[in-house]
Design a protein around this ligand. Structure first.
Ligand SMILES: NC(=O)c1ccc[n+]([C@@H]2O[C@H](COP(=O)([O-])OP(=O)(O)OC[C@H]3O[C@@H](n4cnc5c(N)ncnc54)[C@H](OP(=O)(O)O)[C@@H]3O)[C@@H](O)[C@H]2O)c1
Length: 266
């Protein structure tokens, strides 16, 4: 294990009990990273950890519980984090068919898919900076758009899970640009990607299956997280391991406005 690329390096993967997140965690574990699955269900997490340990032979795999739709939960997770963090993969997402709210009254898909990524990056930034060089990978999607800064929570528009989902994936790509700028002098890169079309709870809740395997879906996120070839690239969006122009990430004024709105959720 000592000669492997991830030796003595720590990676955290959110949504690692899901299809793509689990494959990302396993691929990083197979490269020797110490991998922490950030999850919400202890039973599923324990099983996922055992399976990854078994399939990769890497025993440095653990889980930490957090509800990623809640600021306080992410803040507590970061506050209790001991040791370094070299890779953060923001991946957890949902798309409930009906509009739901967190106990704090935030539309659930916006809270999980957008604020979850935002708070993870904000609260873990000091740890990533201390551990640098470090990387943040935001698992987004090519299926993105329709973001309305005036109605991020679908209080005015009628809710449809496709619309809220596409908006959230646009937001992931916009916030990637702002975080990459904020962290540019800290040797922490921040990039976004489309993983692939994978059959999962999420894709089924959106009404499509997905023909790629979770391992294929994990390929681009893992490449962004661990490949030397992208170590100095930041603020970009990738599909199939190719940098792809992102109109959302390029609109820095709108992205900054979104960032400031996310900051206002205290
Ligand atoms: N599948 C595709 O075709 C596709 C295409 C483009 C982009 N993506 C992106 O890929 C990422 C992964 O998607 P997937 O298809 O692998 O989804 P998935 O299998 O449904 O997994 C979603 C994961 O997020 C976790 N999660 C949801 N809400 C959470 C919360 N409040 N706190 C903590 N964890 C929470 C789930 O935990 P539980 O296991 O406890 O439910 C699960 O581990 C998403 O960002 C998605 O937008 C997927």
């Amino acid at each position: 294990m000592s000669a492997s690329p991830g030796s003595n390096k720590f990676a955290a993967v959110t949504g690692a009990t899901g299809a793509i997140g689990n494959a990302i965690a396993a691929q990083l574990a197979s490269q020797g990273y110490h991998v922490v699955l950030i999850t919400r269900n202890p039973e599923k997490s324990s099983q996922a950890v055992s399976e990854i340990k078994k399939s990769t032979g890497n025993n440095n795999v653990h889980f930490e519980i957090a509800d990623l739709s809640k600021r306080i939960s992410i803040q507590s997770l970061a506050a209790s984090w001991t040791g370094p963090l070299h890779i953060l993969v923001n991946n957890a997402a949902i798309s409930p068919p009906n509009r739901m709210e967190t106990t704090e009254g935030i539309e659930l898909q916006f809270a999980t898919n957008v604020l979850g990524y935002f708070w993870m990056t904000e609260f873990f930034s000091p740890i990533l900076i201390d551990s640098s060089p470090a990387r943040v990978v935001n698992v987004a999607s090519y299926w993105a758009g329709g973001l309305d800064l005036e109605d991020l929570e679908f209080k005015i528009r009628s809710y449809h899970n496709h619309d809220s989902y596409r908006q959230s994936k646009q937001a992931n790509r916009m916030l990637t640009s702002i975080f990459s700028q904020n962290l540019v002098h800290s040797d922490v890169t921040v990039n976004a990607c489309h993983p692939g079309d994978v059959n999962s709870s999420l894709s089924n809740s959106l009404g499509f299956g997905g023909s790629q395997s979770p391992d294929e879906g994990a390929k681009t996120p893992v490449w962004l997280a661990a490949s030397k070839s992208v170590q100095n690239i930041t603020g970009k969006y990738f599909e199939h391991q190719n940098e792809t122009h992102c109109p959302y990430g390029s609109d820095l004024l709108k992205a900054q406005q979104l960032y400031e709105i996310c900051q206002s959720y205290t």
